[in-house]
Write a protein that binds this ligand. Sequence first.
Ligand code: 16G
Ligand code: MG
Length: 545
Amino acid sequence: MAHFEEVCKQSDLHPKPAGLVLQYGTAGFRTSANKLDHIMFRMGLLATLRSKKTKATIGVMVTASHNPEEDNGVKLIDPMGEMLTSSWEDYATQLANTEQNELLKTLKDIIEKEAIDMSQEANVYVGKDTRRSSASLSQAVLDGVKALGGHCKDYGLVTTPQLHYMVCCQNTQGKYGEATVEGYYHKLSQAFSQLAKNASNRTDDQKHLSVDGANGIGAIKVREMESHLRKHMQLSVFNDGSRGKLNHQCGADFVKVQQKLPTGIKINPGDRCCSFDGDADRIVYYYTDSQGDFHLLDGDKIATLISTFLKELLNEAGLDLKIAVVQTAYANGSSTHYLENTMKVIVKCTKTGVKHLHHAAQEFDIGVYFEANGHGTVLFSDGAEEKIQQLASDTNTNDERKKAAFLLQNTINIINQTVGDAISDMLLIEAILAIKGMSVQHWDAIYSDLPNRQLKVKVSDRRVIDTTDAERRAVTPAGLQEAIDDLVKKYEKARSFVRPSGTEDVVRVYAEADTQESADALAHEVSLAVYGLAGGVGDEPKPLH
Ligand code: 16G
Ligand code: MG
């Protein structure tokens, strides 16, 4: 029982502000850094219990991703490198909101409910992003683990996907790779060089990529990796954190939402560029043309490029594997149309949030999933990996099939299957463009995005909006969906939906149509409908023009 005494003692050093209530949402806990010390300590406790329960190593990542520098957050990583299972999200919320004097009781309740053997050893991996608050907050996590007698390994500054990778490596006894940052660079860069060998002679210009590191951890890590890639890639890293503020006017979220260049990047028209977010689990590409117009290649374009590449390889390899693309309602209508009608792949739509996409992608031999915001990866089933390995090592296979199998094998190795990973996605995209001899402009021209607009509406309680059909239709409040349907009918190629945000106290509105003016007008009209029917507060939404 000594551990419980230690928990009480340590918990007094990480006290909960009375009355503060927070919820473990799609992105874990996320709020102002100064409200999070007790949460971190308690997540150290929870991770230790989870480790005892699963008899495996668990990860805890301290980051608030693309949020402002002043925020922070925390997420737990399950044994195979995936997001924490949802039943434990409830425990996380309970533990976070228990008042100081009830903490032990809540902890014991969880132990009892899950029948956790407290004599079982526990191992927790901890990582953090570059925020100023991350150092002391990750220390609070470590304090929590130690208080319950768990072992911890502090990876210090790592990207979110790197920590997911470490956890998976450890729990697969090294089958997935070596659980070190060096091991990660080695695995990915090896696969990249193997793929890049198949590219015809490329000029230095073609090898060049400008990276906006969002002034965060991704910039540091891509720099560290650079030496492993030198022969095949030339990187210019901007917003590397030496001057600018994290995520401020830069990074993947800024570029996607504002549809413009980040500040702090110096490029010429036509240059291929990408932006990471603050913890490097998202990536978007872009370029400007000779007229100075900005062109964005978001998660939908990335999913299209990757799935086309994979489908071609499967054909060449003569492998009959089912490939699907998983998207959310935010996927541009043009991308869905292209994937279904031209590429003829299965397209599945899920609710927003990585775990929903990840889960859906697991149902196929090969599941490519991307949110439009640039978070995504590819999952290969065990069966699919086996068939590919077999073909690659089969001495009777002809050269063309073998080459395709070899490319598929290296594609598997370059991908971080645990979670979306900006660095791994970047390397895969660069390899595909190199192998296909494709410029960013050619890639962009595969299909044209429908003009779209996203708006937010403040309402008194966003829970009055309930949705169905992967968030594409509103069930409540009464009359809202009918109003949206009527508005959509007024425009060409139009589509619109609304959903309560999972990360902000707002209702999100999405609209797309054949012209930007129509998309803007539709988004505004739908915002008015939400404001009127779902209890809008503050000023009525104003037209955009
Ligand atoms: C979280 C999700 C992200 C989603 C976003 C939507 C994870 C790890 N992250 O950041 O996938 O796109 O929320 O935010 O699941 P919203 O609900 O505020 O629109
Ligand atoms: Mg992120």
